[in-house]
Design a protein. Sequence first.
Length: 118
Amino acid sequence: MNTDKIYAEAVANEYSSKKTTKVMALKKLDKKAKLPSMIVAMTLGVVSALLLGVGMCLSMGVIGAGDTTCFITGVVIGVIGIIGVSVNYPIFKAVRNKGKQKYSHDILRLAKEISDSN
């Protein structure tokens, strides 16, 4: 086995011009339709979970002075976090459906071209 030849071919393939196929374009469109919903869901989920955690810490006295105002503030922040976590999935579905509707015509046209050519 000539490992130098294999390595040289791998490097050459990396720098050669890529020919875009219809399947690659279809995958790219699918990713483009779904990516915004994932970004929104992950961002809202992380922020909401952090708010919930900070609210719990404040209300239990782990952080803050441990008095009544910290407790009330912690409960309010925790409830905001719970609301954020609760609405995360419906927001995700709405953004995902909007992205699918936006690119559905192009995706269906390209999928039909691919299936007709085979």
